[in-house]
Design a protein around this ligand. Structure first.
Ligand SMILES: Cc1cc2nc3c(=O)[nH]c(=O)nc-3n(C[C@H](O)[C@H](O)[C@H](O)COP(=O)(O)OP(=O)(O)OC[C@H]3O[C@@H](n4cnc5c(N)ncnc54)[C@H](O)[C@@H]3O)c2cc1C
Ligand code: SF4
Length: 488
């Protein structure tokens, strides 16, 4: 006899067969894709409220009905952690939203977060069968968010099974998605888990980087609360490698350490004028505003320019430029050296930025910033570019057009051209192997050159995604459990 979980997810379960037979494929595929309810662009640039409001139950059930419950669902192969996508979607279609959430939780530690920030259009949705029919993919991300939000708002999360306490202490350095996912799995396995966080807030980039208009803090806080309820201890304002060394952790009785300290070291371009007042990294800009409340009565100041240029084309650049609009910038510009087609940011973020009046200066590369007599940035010189041959990553490389430069007036420049791994922990532990890029070197089980130290997320990948960081955290938890159980 199949167990209860199987009955909730198995494609052969009677209820699921019935759902498949209730309506023809032709009828399913003629249902239009749901439209996400959104805040009006003109109004939302004056507040920090979440832009996407989420599907309601009727919309979600209708969207779930579009899913064909494929026998070999390619959407699952596009998910970095292999979520049982048709399994959760069909539970939404039959109205069992709690079961849908528990299917998600079996694989994803933070479904409400991933439903909001994962690049589904490049992952699961890009493999959905609907693409082959030249129709818009099933809105998998919006359905994930719906199931997770419905569970959170109901206040009735399915009870978590926890192994008996082992009295073995595990330390986790960093409280971003990698650290939180590892903490969740380790506590369920019966370990005593302490997460050490350098900042005064838990959540990593989910709190200090991604703005509330895309990921409300309340969503992250709900996940933190459930980890606390399970017994995870959080120690804030504690910098591993400075406040406490690896040896201190061993002396405190921690038997293994998971390093999840992220990639928060901003990169600059090394061009003249980067030291002018008003030029800063996106990391500094977003941290001051999101974490320290700058511009909203917080104690931290931040420049608020009238003409703000954000250099870069990734998610961080979009978050910065949309934040600048909300901080009152009259002219908020993305300055990007390739064309829009090569932008790494999510298509949805680019569309939202445009709706909010952001200007896109593509094929433009800053080569110098100029300041006034008080050392404040006043303009930027940009080199006009054209696209050349594709580089090793398949993207066409930008090539300077000789003699084609422009001067653009700016009061503030936010540099968002990439990040490097935080070096503090790697630098503080003798014998810990790191790559030339400064990432911690790990084997397939996320184990470093020191057997008791595991690592994952951006400190290993050097700037990736939430779902990959979370997947690393879960993989590391299984490997730490194996290591502590077998000594290998
Ligand atoms: C602005 C922005 C927007 C993004 N948008 C998206 C998106 O839409 N979708 C997506 O999938 N990804 C996005 N990303 C990338 C994603 O957020 C990261 O890949 C992910 O957060 C990495 O998780 P992590 O746990 O490895 O590290 P982080 O989230 O960076 O967390 C690391 C934590 O470790 C702490 N720490 C560092 N050093 C120490 C130390 N020595 N001791 C103790 N604690 C320490 C840090 O303070 C931090 O809290 C975005 C990133 C940024 C910056
Ligand atoms: S590929 Fe698309 S239609 Fe098929 S199971 Fe996945 S979401 Fe449903």
């Amino acid at each position: 006899m199949k167990d209860n979980t199987d009955q909730k997810t198995s494609r052969d379960a009677a209820w699921r067969v019935e759902l498949r037979e209730a309506i023809t494929a032709r009828e399913r595929t003629s249902i239009p894709r749901a439209t996400m309810p959104m805040l009006d662009a003109a109004a939302r640039v004056h507040n920090n409220e979440e832009v996407n409001r989420g599907l309601d139950a009727v919309q979600a059930v209708t969207e779930a009905t579009r899913c064909l419950d494929c026998p070999d669902p390619q959407c699952v192969t596009g998910c970095p952690v292999g979520i049982d996508i048709p399994g959760f979607i069909k539970n939404i279609q039959r109205g069992d939203f709690a079961a849908a959430a528990s299917v998600l939780r079996a694989t994803s530690a933070l479904p409400a977060v991933c439903g909001r920030v994962c690049p589904q259009e490049k992952q699961c949705e890009s493999r959905c069968l609907y693409n082959k029919m030249k129709k818009p993919a099933v809105a998998i991300g919006w359905l994930e968010r719906f199931a997770a939000d419905t569970e959170r708002l109901s206040g009735r999360r399915a009870p978590v099974e926890k192994a008996p306490r082992r009295n073995i202490k595990i330390a986790i350095a960093g409280s971003g998605p990698a650290g939180l996912a590892c903490a969740g799995d380790m506590i369920k396995l019966g370990y005593d888990v302490t997460v050490f966080e350098a900042l005064h807030e838990i959540g990593g980039v989910l709190k200090y980087g991604i703005p509330e208009f895309r990921l409300p803090n309340a969503v992250v806080d709900a996940e933190l609360d459930s980890l606390r309820q399970l017994g995870v201890e959080f120690r804030k304002d504690c910098v591993i490698g400075r406040t406490l060394s690896y040896e201190d952790l061993l002396n405190e009785g921690f038997r293994a350490v998971f390093v999840a300290s992220g990639a928060g070291l901003p990169r600059f371009m090394g061009i003249p004028g980067e030291n002018l007042i008003g030029v800063m990294s996106s990391n500094e800009y977003l941290t001051r505003i999101n974490l320290m409340g700058a511009g909203r009565g917080g104690m931290t100041p931040v420049c608020t320019g009238r003409r703000v240029a954000v250099v870069g084309g990734g998610n961080t650049a979009m978050d910065s430029v949309r934040t600048a609009r909300r901080m009152g910038a009259e002219r908020a510009m993305i300055v990007y050296r390739r064309s829009e087609a090569e932008m790494p940011a999510r298509a949805e973020e680019v569309a939202h930025a445009k709706e909010e009046g952001v200007e896109f200066l593509t094929l433009c590369n800053p080569i110098e910033y100029r300041g006034d007599e008080r050392g404040h940035v006043r303009s930027m010189i940009v080199q006009r570019m054209e696209l050349g041959e594709p580089g090793p990553d398949g993207r066409r490389s930008p090539v300077a057009i000789p003699g084609a430069t422009d001067e653009i007036e700016v009061d503030e420049v936010i540099v968002s051209v990439g990040v490097s791994p935080n070096p503090l922990i790697p630098d503080s532990i003798a014998g810990l192997e790191v790559s030339r890029r400064g990432t911690i070197t790990v084997n397939d089980d996320m184990q470093s050159s020191i057997p008791a130290i595991f690592a994952g997320g951006d400190i290993v990948r050097g700037g990736a995604t939430v779902i990959l960081a979370m997947g690393d955290g879960r993989k590391a938890a299984a490997a730490i459990h194996h290591y502590l159980s077998t000594g290998m």
